[in-house]
Each structure stands twice: as C-alpha cells, then as structure tokens.
Ligand binder design. Structure first.
Ligand code: CAA
Length: 271
C-alpha cells in the first residue's frame, strides 16, 4: 500500500466520493465513488465532484495516471434512477442531461477503472470512458436501461460496440443481461481480472508504471490511440505519424533513447 496524501484540504471533503494521491511517489490520482447506500448510483452531485477532482488531478504535475474505483459491492449501479424518475423531455433536452459526464473521457491523463461488483448502465458506461478497465472476479457488467424503458445515454450504444463488437453489444443492450468479469475479459471489455481484495492494489501498481514514463509521451500515446475512434485508418495513420515525429522534438525522446544506448534507466522530465 502506497502513501495517502491529500492534494489540498478540500480534496478529501466531498460528499459522494473520496479523492487522494497514492503510490510510492504520490503520482497516482485515486478517486473512490462513495455512495454505498445507493450502490454508487451516479447522481448529478457525484459526477460534478468527479469532474472537479479530475480538474485538480490534471493540473497536478506529480500525477501521471488516475484510478477510478467504487466499493467491493458496486463500481456504480448506473445513473440515479430516483433523480431521473420525474424528469421530462424538455428538461433533459434543454439541459443536455448527462453531457458533462464526458469529462471523464476527455481527461488528458490516463484513467484506469478498477471495477468490483456492479457496473450497470451508467456504471458500465463510466468504466468505458476510462482508458483501461480492470475487474475483480465478482464484477458484473451490463446495460439494463431497456428494462427501465430507456436506452444507454452516456456512451453505451457507441463505446460498447467498439469494445466487444456488434453481436455482444446488441445482446447486452437488447436483453439487459449481465456478463461476469471472465466473460467481460474474453470479450475484450476488460483487460485483466484480479481477486476482489487485490484489484485496487494491482491497479495502482499498473498506474504507477504508467506514471513512471514521460507524462508528455503518455499524453501523446493516449491522444493517438483515441484518434482511432474518430478517424479513418488513413487519417489515423497520418495522425499517428505526425505525433510520432513530434516526439523527436521532446527532451524525453532524446533521454529515453540515450538511456537505452548508455544502458541506464531513463530520467524523464516531462518536457
Ligand atoms: N439509481 C438509484 N438508486 C439505486 C440504483 C440506481 N441506479 N441502483 C441501486 N439503487 C439503490 C436502490 O434503490 C436501493 O435503495 P433503497 O435501499 O433506498 O431502496 C439500494 O440502492 C440498494 O439496491 P437494491 O436493494 O436494489 O440492491 P440489490 O442487491 O437487491 O440489487 C442491483 C442490486 C441489481 C444493482 C439493483 O439495485 C439494480 O438493478 N439497480 C439498477 C440498475 C440499473 O438499472 N442501472 C441503469 C440505470 S439507468 C442509466 O444508467 C442511464 C444511463 O445510461 C446513463
């Protein structure tokens, strides 16, 4: 277990989440969703707190990677149904309801979801906004919105198909069935499965590994990989080449290659 240091006095003081810096070098931003009575249902206040902490973590020069987790029982059981129950079309359309959730996908630093328990509806969508999903052995993923008379509204119809392909995505969205961690891994939604009690520790270790590289190069990698979702192959390959060429303008590319040739560890300066 690494050190726990609060970034500033406000960071540990949220109503629906906990936020800390973790890792041996305090270089991992850690967010834990903390609405146990509602199985971490994603009410508006919770998502605003997540956005606020991401703003802080993005500004913090020490932090190289962010971990988002819930409890052993639930990562998140979806958008808050009680909050949505009496909403109207004019209000949700007028206020572009849920649009601000995309802040998580727009984070410049890598975000890893560590999912124990339920990741349903908006919970599954929140995990998919992250760059990597690790799961505990008891995790369950699903898009049950159809059973509530609605559809996934935070990226489920778009990100799930990219993660698992059309047939599996349609099956989950049209039947409201859940899949377990092992199935989520074999279908490509999840990249590693850990025992429940080791999930967070192992995820932080992976986050520390990412945070040990140049933050500049990490951001360039993330931007280039994400471009694959937005561009044709030809445009994506062109974009990748330009970003690759741009690494040659950085000190960290020079340092990384010099360190290899000189058989010593690289000392990146994020420049
Ligand atoms: N919103 C609000 N409250 C929720 C919730 C949600 N999404 N999920 C669970 N809760 C609350 C329950 O209402 C309950 O509160 P009370 O004690 O006050 O009644 C508490 O959490 C515990 O839940 P359960 O008693 O239901 O626990 P369980 O172990 O029997 O079942 C569950 C667990 C299968 C996850 C079940 O709670 C469930 O099906 N939850 C809803 C899942 C869902 O449909 N998610 C999609 C939401 S819509 C959405 O996300 C839209 C979008 O795309 C953004």
């Amino acid at each position: 277990m690494g050190f726990i240091v609060h970034l500033n006095p406000n960071l540990g003081d949220h109503e629906h989440i906990k936020a800390e810096k973790r890792g041996q070098k305090n270089n991992v931003g850690f967010i834990q969703l903390n609405r146990p009575k509602a199985l971490n249902a994603l009410c508006d206040g919770l998502m605003k707190e997540v956005s606020q902490v991401l703003d802080e973590f993005e500004k913090d020069k020490e932090i190289g990677c962010i971990v988002l987790t819930g409890s052993d029982r639930a990562f998140a059981a979806g958008a808050d149904i009680k909050e949505m129950q009496n909403q109207t079309f004019s209000k949700v359309y007028g206020g572009n309801f849920l649009n601000h959730w995309n802040r998580v996908a727009e984070c410049k630093k890598p975000v890893i979801a560590a999912v124990n328990g339920f990741a349903l509806g908006g919970g599954c969508e929140l995990a998919m906004m992250c760059d990597i999903i690790y799961a505990g052995e008891k995790a369950q993923f699903g898009q049950p919105e159809i059973s509530l008379g609605t559809i996934p509204g935070a990226g489920g119809t778009q990100r799930l198909i990219r993660a698992v392909g059309k047939s599996k995505a349609m099956e989950l969205i049209l039947t409201a069935d859940r899949i377990n961690a092992q199935d989520a891994q074999s279908s490509g939604l999840v990249s590693k499965v850990f025992p429940v009690d080791q999930l967070v520790t192992e995820t932080i270790k992976q986050a520390e590994k990412i945070a040990s590289f140049s933050k500049l190069t990490v951001a360039m990698c993330k931007e280039a990989v994400n471009a694959a979702n937005e561009m044709s192959l030809r445009e994506g390959l062109h974009f990748e080449k330009r970003v690759f060429h741009a690494t040659f303008a950085t000190d960290d590319r020079k340092e990384g290659m010099s360190a290899f040739v000189e058989k010593r560890p690289a000392k990146f300066t994020d420049s």
